[in-house]
Design a protein around this ligand. Structure first.
Ligand SMILES: [Zn+2]
Length: 218
């Protein structure tokens, strides 16, 4: 006997047409065309069928990764200094764990970019632990990213309070406050090696997922 309460799209039935057609990105009150033809695929969790192809912002970024990334970054900035002073606090530890989970969800569908790319040389050749190797270059990477794309700037501005152009300096101070030097020299890397590492990273797969243009390091 048919069950009148079963949803119309129960297995075997046709997928409903949700009417989604990619229009681009809605910024500042109007639709803007995506900068590239890159898309990600959204599939139905119940049937696995294709629902839509959604355009990707910037290089690999998308609205889902942006939301997770902004939340993760804000949580880390607020929580890490408190946790460093109170390492056994279970509430702060769970807030940092949740922030790390959000960060992982963000880059699980974008791949990582420039900071991660540089980290491999720092870990393989200089023994730097992965977390420090991925984070000590973030102010430099942020400095290269700010101003590269107004849509990306709008997302970055959601992370940092105050003027975005000052954010790299403030992020450097934040990292110093939690004991992370942002200077390659602190890790035994001279300027020539650092420059070579940055240029190699910008050329690699992860570097190509970075929005900032190649510029000599400061
Ligand atoms: Zn990693």
């Amino acid at each position: 006997m048919p069950d009148s309460h079963a949803p119309a799209f129960a297995s075997g039935a046709a997928e409903p047409d949700l009417g989604y057609r990619a229009k681009g990105f809605y910024y500042g009150g109007k639709w803007e065309a995506p900068a590239t033809s890159n898309t990600f695929v959204s599939t139905s969790p119940s049937t696995g069928k294709l629902l839509a192809e959604v355009p990707l912002a910037g290089v690999n970024a998308n609205p889902i990764s942006d939301t997770q990334a902004v939340a993760a970054a804000r949580d880390v900035l607020a929580t890490l200094p408190l946790l460093m002073k109170d390492l056994k606090n279970p509430d702060l530890r769970s807030r940092m764990s949740l922030a790390a989970l959000k960060a992982g969800l963000a880059f699980s569908n974008t791949k990582t970019a420039l900071a991660h790319s540089i980290s491999y040389d720092m870990t393989l050749n200089h023994g730097l632990p992965h977390g420090i190797a991925c984070s000590f270059t973030l102010p430099m990477v942020l400095g290269r990213a700010v101003g590269a794309d107004p849509q990306r700037d709008a997302v970055l501005a959601q992370i940092f309070d105050g003027a975005l152009r000052d954010a790299p300096v403030r992020l450097e101070a934040f990292l110093a406050s939690v004991g992370v030097s942002t200077d390659f020299a602190s890790y035994g890397v001279d300027k020539a090696e650092a420059d070579a590492m940055i240029h190699k990273a910008l050329d690699g797969v992860r570097g190509k997922n970075f929005i900032g243009v190649a510029r000599p390091s400061a």
